[in-house]
Design a protein around this ligand. Structure first.
Ligand SMILES: Nc1ncnc2c1ncn2[C@@H]1O[C@H](COS(=O)(=O)NC(=O)[C@@H](N)CS)[C@@H](O)[C@H]1O
Ligand SMILES: [Zn+2]
Length: 478
């Protein structure tokens, strides 16, 4: 799929850059003949695998059990929770036939799995001892999105939908679980070197059937935010609908309190968008399908020794668990550098006759740091080099985010700020003021109760009506 013709658009032309880099770095093939459905190239699938290995590890380490529920949901179950239906009725795909036979009960392709799981929770939960339930699954889900579809960002088949669902004895325990989910998400995005902003979505934007929704947003290079995760407190809405009760100490039947929280392949879109540059992807070492590429500098003399040295180094680095490639194709070194830089490989090591003689190698990290390293004991040096690289990725992403967060004291200032990033304003919480802000700025009220190292909590006069307001984030969104 190598396509060196032409060159990658500059990242400043983000939409063109993004679409082109998904092709050139072999992430996703967008030519599949169904709108909103895309094919993972093997290299992209490797990036997905390493990314979700981190996410699984965090979930497993915090007491979640992975599971798997059916894709098809009977209409009788799906239609039970009024708000949930309202929120999804325009997005659900329906299966109406099995072969030539019309189904007596149409089946929904899960847009999310509350109505698949919760009838089963009602069978699983009898007593207090059956709680808490903390499960998750990583599955494909289907949403008939009518807004502009885009690979990794807005799909009609969400291929990598991690959905966690929990059930608890009390509302407070569920609220604590929402907090656990948010800190797990913060850790996950830190592993991807991506700074995020957490806020409470306004009520009109919360998940259908939830008491409240906490959202995790990342700022993309074009100044728009991408919702890269959400955690919902479902209260007892669904347990009342699906009759999920347990017998409490007094012998009373109590409805469980529930949460659910999700991350999709948008996490990969954020890693690509936040860290990429004009030469292609720049991948955090923990998720890079190839972490180190070794380029043997083949000259006439010592060609065999150089090849052997490259293979020996590969074996040594792989023995420490690193993902390594030797690029010994008959290409000039510059073409090889281009190829692997496009794929975001964090570390390149060149090995040539001079290096053999000197017992050294030349190493270059993807963000342009060049160094000469001693060959002996090199494997022990690599983790430090990669960690320093990841640290610089994190710093650069933090700086880029903080430079585009502006405290806006007026609607005009908010209009200016949301052209390039995030405005923090005081908003009274009244929907008509929010509508005025959204209309004027052509941006969205992301949320209140903002949690971010870069945005302090504050009170002040609502920028629309002057009544007491609290700090609120506004931004154009995907
Ligand atoms: N069409 C889509 N394409 C890609 N990602 C999406 C799409 N729709 C939603 N997402 C992502 O999936 C996350 C979870 O979706 S959600 O609707 O907010 N929440 C749920 O479905 C809950 N059941 C928690 S899993 C969102 O925060 C968003 O990051
Ligand atoms: Zn107001």
């Amino acid at each position: 799929m190598e396509d060196e013709s032409g060159s990658l658009p500059l990242k400043s032309d983000f939409s063109a850059w993004y679409n082109d880099v998904l092709w050139r770095a072999e992430i996703m093939d967008v030519r599949y003949p169904v709108k909103g459905l895309y094919v993972w190239f093997p290299f992209g699938f490797g990036l997905r695998r390493h990314t979700y290995t981190i996410l699984r590890g965090l979930l497993d380490a915090s007491g979640h059990d992975e599971t798997l529920f059916p894709l098809l949901i009977p209409k009788t179950e799906f239609m039970k929770e009024a708000e949930h239906i309202k929120g999804f009725e325009e997005e659900v795909y329906w299966v109406t036939h099995g072969g030539l036979t019309e189904l007596d009960v149409p089946l929904a392709l899960r847009p999310t799995s509350e109505t698949a799981m919760y009838p089963m929770f009602a069978l699983w939960v009898r007593s207090h001892a059956d709680l808490p339930i903390k499960i998750y699954q990583i599955v494909n889900t289907f949403r008939y999105e009518t807004k502009h579809t885009r690979p990794l960002i807005r799909l009609r088949e969400i291929t990598s939908f991690k959905e966690a669902h929990t059930a608890h004895a009390t509302w407070d325990e569920a609220a604590a679980q929402v907090e656990t989910a948010l800190s797990l998400y913060t850790q996950f995005y830190d592993d991807l070197c991506i700074p995020v902003i957490i806020s409470r979505r306004p009520d009109w934007d919360k998940f259908p059937g939830a008491d409240y929704t906490m959202a995790v947003d990342a700022l993309m290079p074009d100044g728009r935010t991408l919702q890269v995760g959400t955690a919902h407190h479902l209260g007892t809405h669904f347990s009342k609908t699906f009759n999920i009760t347990y017998e409490d100490a007094t012998g009373e039947q109590q409805f469980v309190s529930q949460t659910c929280y999700g991350i999709s392949e948008r996490c990969i879109a954020a890693a690509i968008g936040v860290h990429g540059d004009d030469r292609g992807l720049v991948l955090p070492p923990k998720v890079a399908p190839v972490q180190v590429v070794i380029i043997p500098i083949i000259m006439k003399k010592q060609a065999e020794e150089v090849r052997a040295a490259a293979e020996a180094l590969k074996a040594e680095l792989e023995a420490t668990g690193l993902r390594v490639k030797v690029d010994d194709r008959e290409l000039r070194p510059g073409a090889k550098y281009y190829h692997w830089e496009m794929r975001g490989v964090p570390l390149r090591i060149e090995v040539g006759p001079r290096d053999l003689a000197a017992g050294t190698v030349v190493a270059a990290t993807r963000d342009g740091e060049k160094m000469t390293l001693v060959r002996a004991g090199l494997a022990g040096e690599i983790p430090g080099v990669l960690a320093a690289f990841a640290g610089r990725l994190r710093e650069r992403a933090e700086a880029s985010l903080t430079s585009r967060i502006v405290l806006a004291e007026s609607v005009d200032a908010a209009i200016e700020a949301t052209k390039t990033g995030i405005a923090v304003v005081h908003w009274c919480g009244d929907e008509t003021c929010a509508e005025a802000i959204e209309k004027e700025t052509n941006a969205s009220v992301l949320g209140t109760e903002v949690r971010s190292a870069h945005i302090g909590k504050s009170e002040g006069a609502c920028i629309v009506c002057g009544r007491p307001g609290t700090s609120t984030v506004i931004a154009r969104t995907y």
